[in-house]
Design a protein around this ligand. Structure first.
Ligand code: NAG
Ligand code: NAG
Ligand code: ZN
Length: 461
């Protein structure tokens, strides 16, 4: 074992590891051999990985990072894998005139096509990765001796896209299973830049309507603990800019209602609001994503001079920007009123601009969330399926950021965010993003159970 590792072809982490060992005191050697033995025993898949791991690595090796995600290679890879799975049909959809943003839609027909279908969604793209900050190149899919597979997208969210397919492959080829409901699998472009040319356009299309969806699974997040995390809503970002105007004046004069004074009064009010929300989190009364966050992001005032700012003039204008995140339980009208009356009141000579980056209500005016209780029978089926695969779900959460799930929830389609990665540090968008091989393979088993149950689910309106 030891020799084999040390003779590995190129200079690898293991090799450095081995060289390092040669320098160690002979007194430590018995202990070291024992720990190496243990490490090797845990290393089930590393030297001779199963095809599912190899395919995961191949998908990860496609450069999917913005600003130039290689959609063509991703679609080619996924299409050729899905062609190898009997009964999967595929089509590529485009929603931009340039046809540069393909969306791959796979379909596994159910025996009763009149029943609402199930959609398994993931995105093709990733956020950028700076190779200089990574131990292994971000698109190498390097498989370390302790089972970690390093790649941008390993957690967010190429893992789930290919796990869906592996699970379906096994259900067909090993379990001879055929679904009652039709199952669709979508691979969408541009999620990481807002989804505007991807899922946002797809949900408005005739092709989407024709899917007649009953339930959607989309991406979630890793869980450092033993329970799988599950998400029933997103928070919606609002960008707020408040602006104060007032009499300009000499820096030496004391007078009321300058632009700076008025802006700072508002900043004080907003800070109090922020503290009150944050106190609920600190007191354990709410999770971070269940309160309204309000964070200052810019201040703009002063008269520039060659050396910085003119110091003896009180300016006539001042601005501040805030990033707000609203959970679906927040009342958007109440927040708008608060901004108009308390944060930027016109009587204080203030004005404001709100840019709402997404809706908080669905097409019927209901809060944008998927119920995770008995009122939603899809939820019960999903939860039961995870349990019977040996998993346990944590208390459902609101995702602190946004995903494409919001587009389906807006149409009133129950959508759960779920990426089966437990005992895994949360590394999405981080340097050295990785997923352990054993966690990846366990996820396939979870999806086998989940896809089987959801697609067999007979009784729903
Ligand atoms: C608002 O502006 C008007 C006109 O410049 C001024 O008379 C008034 O004092 C200002 N009020 C406040 C509260 O800033
Ligand atoms: C289920 O959850 C929804 C959404 O949170 C809530 O409005 C509803 O009252 C709950 N129903 C039951 C039966 O608990
Ligand atoms: Zn993602």
């Amino acid at each position: 074992m030891f020799d084999f590792r040390c003779s590995a072809g190129k200079m690898s982490e293991q090799q450095r590891f081995c060289h390092h060992h040669l320098l160690l005191s002979p007194l430590l050697l018995p202990f070291l051999s024992f720990s190496l033995f243990l490490a090797a025993a845990a290393e089930i898949h590393h030297q001779n990985p199963p095809p599912a791991i190899t395919r995961f690595q191949q998908y990860l090796q496609i450069s999917s990072a913005h600003p130039t995600p290689d959609y063509t290679s991703a679609i080619n890879f996924l299409t050729s894998f899905s062609n190898s799975i009997p009964s999967l049909q595929s089509q590529i959809l485009y929603f931009t005139p340039e046809k540069d943003k393909p969306l791959l839609l796979l379909t596994w027909p159910g025996s009763d096509p009149t029943l609402p279908s199930v959609l398994l969604n993931s995105h093709l793209d990733s956020v950028p990765a700076d190779p200089s900050k990574w131990v292994h190149p971000p698109f190498s899919a390097y498989h370390s001796s302790d089972g970690k597979i390093f790649a941008r997208g390993a957690q967010d969210d190429k893992c789930i896209g290919i796990q869906y397919l592996e699970a379906i492959k096994r259900l067909i080829e090993e379990k001879n299973f055929s679904p009652l409901r039709t199952v669709h699998i979508s691979f969408v472009p541009d999620e990481e830049i807002g989804g505007f040319d991807g899922m946002a356009k797809f949900v408005k299309s005739e092709e989407f309507k024709a899917l007649n969806l009953g339930f959607v699974l989309d991406e979630g997040q890793a869980s450092p603990g033993d329970e799988y995390r599950v998400f029933y809503a997103d928070r919606q970002p609002w960008h707020i800019v408040i602006k104060a105007v007032g009499m300009p004046g000499h820096g030496s004069r004391m007078f009321d209602n300058s632009a700076m004074e008025n802006l700072m009064k508002s900043v004080e009010v907003i800070t109090k609001f922020r503290d009150a929300e944050f106190d609920k989190v600190k007191a354990g009364l709410a999770a971070n994503s269940e309160v309204i966050s309000a964070n200052p992001v810019f201040l703009k005032a002063g008269i520039p001079s060659p050396t910085g700012f003119v110091m003896n003039v009180q300016p006539s204008e001042a601005e501040a920007g805030f990033d707000l995140r609203l959970p679906p339980t927040a009342d958007p009208d109440a927040v708008r009123r608060r901004i108009a009356e308390e944060w930027a009141p016109s009587w204080r000579n203030m004005s404001f601009e709100i840019t709402e980056k997404g809706p908080l209500r669905d097409h019927k005016g209901r809060p944008l969330l998927t119920p995770t209780n008995d009122s939603n029978s899809w939820w019960s089926v999903f939860k039961q399926a995870v349990t019977s695969a040996g998993g346990k779900l944590a208390k459902p959460e609101i995702l602190p950021s946004t995903t494409d799930a919001r587009f389906m929830r807006q149409l009133g389609i129950p959508t759960i965010g779920f990426s089966p990665m437990r005992n895994t540090p949360i590394l999405l968008h981080d340097h050295n993003e990785f997923l352990k091989d054993s966690v990846y393979l366990e996820g396939i088993k979870v999806y086998e159970s989940v896809i089987k149950s959801l697609s067999s689910f007979a009784d729903s309106s």
